[in-house]
Ligand binder design. Structure first.
Ligand code: ZN
Length: 335
């Protein structure tokens, strides 16, 4: 087998990452619409023409066609090549992390490949969840829930490489999911408004299972801070109009309006029969002026993308972040 430190692997997995990013774009676009992610093949969203393979090369085609469809000239969002560039970078970064760990013996090629395959899957699910939540303010269970068994499996299979034991994984699942569940219902009970969707706690349960309880403090702080910074930037520069999923139901530019428009009412706690919630139920949630019905308040920044972002940061920079956390807060407990 080709040795683990041969550049062949880096190039191969980089190309695979780019191609997978192309597929991820399809998933992010089709999954919320309930369409098959495999069939039909890539089509122009504007005119329906099948996209020829040579016009479907990740990043390059977008650049060569200057962001326009070859068939009808419809504009293609810059998000497509950005996602492909991101998956390329993630694939290479995760490979290098396993193949050439700092201060450790390089593993055998199959072991490094297994580590890459599991963590790259995790990273791609996080990316898809972030984009879909940004578009639709929903996190599909079909993406977030498999993270739970996959995370426990990873702790068992490649735990030493990602510094998570099965025990830490299970605690991360329970504490991570539990914390957000309490926050979600607590916020609703106090304010009568839905601060977070139920998708968020399921995502946090999966992320906790993947990264272990020792990551949770960072995840909660980093996601909250980065979410607030994002919200501040949106407000400061009045970018609400550009925020996909709020005023613009069609971030990509050519989503079928009939399929995208009727956003189902949120899986809100209003539907729950719990007694304390019924009192606040009497006060109808204030409808913001000018907002679309069934949409969230004017500045409803989804939380899922920032959980996903913090999880990716931890996945990539865990050794450094853990050292800081362990030193300042845990006092060596997590080691
Ligand atoms: Zn077209």
């Amino acid at each position: 087998m080709i040795p683990v430190d041969h550049p062949f692997w880096t190039v191969l997995l980089g190309v695979f990452g780019a191609l997978f990013g192309s597929f991820l774009n399809v998933v992010v676009y089709r999954l919320p619409l309930g369409l098959s992610v495999v069939r039909p093949g890539s089509r122009c969203g504007a005119c329906g023409t099948a996209i020829a393979p040579w016009n479907n090369v990740p990043v390059l085609s977008w650049l060569l066609l200057r962001g326009r469809a070859a068939c009808c000239g419809a504009p293609f969002s810059v998000r497509y090549p950005l996602v492909e560039a991101a998956t390329t970078g993630l694939s290479v970064a995760l490979w290098l992390r396993f193949a050439m760990p700092f201060g450790g013996e390089p593993p055998t090629t199959p072991v490094a490949l297994a580590g890459w395959a599991l963590t790259f899957t995790f990273a791609c699910v996080l990316l898809a969840v972030a984009l879909i939540d940004l578009d639709t303010l929903r996190i599909p269970d079909v993406l977030s829930l498999p993270l739970i068994p996959l995370g426990i499996l990873a702790a068992w299979a490649i735990g030493p490489a990602i510094h998570v034991t099965v025990e830490q994984s299970l605690l991360g699942l329970l504490i991570g999911g539990g914390t957000l569940l309490v926050i979600t219902y607590g916020y609703f009970a106090l304010t009568g408004r839905e601060g977070m969707g139920l998708g968020d706690y399921r995502l946090m349960a999966g992320v906790g299972a993947w990264l272990g309880w020792q990551s949770l403090l960072f995840l909660l702080m980093a996601s909250a801070i980065q979410g607030l910074i994002f919200a501040a930037i949106v407000k400061l520069f009045r970018l609400e109009r550009h925020l996909p999923g709020l005023d613009d139901p069609d971030p990509v530019g050519f989503r079928d309006p009939e399929a995208a428009a009727p956003v189902p009412p949120p899986e809100s706690a209003e539907a729950q029969p719990a007694a304390p919630l019924q009192e606040v139920d009497a006060v109808p949630p204030a409808a913001p002026q000018g907002a679309r019905p069934a949409a969230a308040p004017p500045l409803a920044v989804p939380f899922g993308p920032f959980i996903a972002l913090a999880a990716l940061e931890w996945l990539l920079f865990e050794p450094t972040l853990m050292q800081l956390l362990d030193h300042w807060l845990y006092g060596g407990l997590a080691r």
